[in-house]
Write a protein that binds this ligand. Structure first.
Ligand code: AMP
Ligand code: TRP
Length: 337
């Protein structure tokens, strides 16, 4: 029996943080044996906002190393760089011509980022979700594991599938498979350490707002010592008046491997002075093996180079085939030798 396919990706912009890990990468790792997996570093997405050409290559390389360090296993998964496979850009163009402009103008992430970027908003920023649809559809992915913030983009991908299948496919031969989002409730939205009502984000100007996967134990302890809490003793989940408390307890639950009920019981009478060192320790211990593996991988450039060469070859085979299928369905003249 063939396994269902997974595709996901992260942008090489800034350091990966606990939100990226708990919302996305840790789930990729958890489920990888059940599926056939494609994980890309989406560098073409990274240039939709102003980027630094001097650091893009190194950032891309580092994210690929983090995938491996987090436990992505090449026996089950392919790791590749989005820009190494031109089919991503080409399919994005084809999908562009089928996607109504107003679908893109409605996207929350676009509206928020556009507000921040003012006059500098590029066509690429608006088109970002179409490129993401191309990433997913090229691999006929069944499931797409992401954090909550990507849900609307996946709905757009599904709308594109309906539209293109309707216009150019037949009921027995659809052009694209319908992908499903894979968003787990716990960890899908890790919040900032300085404000429990906004999500932990790479673009937050304050380093104190997030824990990066490669932070040192000292940095982690410092960030937790200073993170926002409340004056109430006894820690509880799900109290809308205590967003920071819910977030920190959730981090503790996910990283300690306990159930929510166990943590609720353990922490019900605790104060912050007792809880913070406990959480600090659990985070440090969870991230330690990732840091160690990362250093080992990064110090062997030939190994990673080989991983990315193999990844490109495997991914390209699948992507090229899909692209030909789509061009055929859209009626393009085939190139014949
Ligand atoms: P990005 O950092 O935007 O490239 O996001 C990479 C992946 O991490 C996506 O699947 C996001 O949904 C997920 N992600 C980013 N921030 C968070 C967060 N604060 N909580 C949970 N998941 C997140
Ligand atoms: N837009 C996603 C993010 O910022 C990254 C991404 C690009 C992605 N292409 C994808 C995620 C395809 C899943 C599938 O998080």
């Amino acid at each position: 029996m063939t396994k269902a396919r997974i595709l996901s990706g992260v942008q090489p912009t800034g350091n990966l943080h606990l939100g990226n890990y708990l919302g996305a990468i840790s789930n990729w790792v958890k489920f990888q044996k059940e599926f056939e997996n494609f994980f890309c570093v989406v560098d073409l997405h990274a240039i939709t906002a102003q980027h630094n050409p001097k650091t893009l290559a190194q950032d891309t390389y580092n994210i690929a190393a983090i995938y491996l360090a987090c436990g992505i296993d090449l026996e089950y998964s392919t790791i590749f760089i989005q820009s190494h496979i031109s089919a991503h850009s080409e399919l994005a163009w084809l999908l562009n011509c089928i996607t109504p402009l107003n679908w893109l103008e409605r996207m929350t992430q676009y509206k928020e980022k556009a507000k921040k970027q003012g006059e500098n908003v590029s066509v690429g920023l608006l088109d970002y979700p179409v490129l993401m649809a191309a990433d997913i559809l090229l691999y006929d992915a069944d499931k797409v594991p992401v954090g909550e913030d990507q849900k609307q983009h996946l709905e757009l991908t599904r709308d594109i599938v309906i539209r293109i299948n309707d216009q150019f496919g037949t009921s027995t031969e659809p052009i694209f498979k319908m992908p499903q989002p894979l968003i787990l409730t716990e960890g899908a939205r890790v919040m900032s350490l300085t404000d429990g009502t906004s999500k932990m984000s790479k673009s937050d100007p304050s380093e104190m707002s997030r824990i990066n996967l490669l932070d040192s134990p000292d940095q982690i302890a410092q960030k937790l010592k200073r993170c926002k809490t409340d004056p109430i003793k006894g820690l509880t989940f799900d109290d809308p008046q205590r967003p920071e408390c819910h977030n920190l307890l959730t981090l503790y639950t996910l990283l300690s491997g306990q159930t929510k009920e166990e943590v609720a019981q353990e922490c019900s009478t605790m104060g912050w002075g007792q809880f913070k060192p406990l959480l600090s320790e659990v985070i440090i211990e969870s991230l330690k093996p990732i840091g160690t593996r990362y250093q080992a991988i990064i110090s062997e450039p030939d190994y990673l180079k080989g991983v990315l060469q193999q990844g490109k070859a495997q991914a390209e085979k699948v992507a090229e085939k899909t692209l030909l299928r789509v061009k055929d369905a859209l009626g393009f003249l085939k190139y014949e030798k």
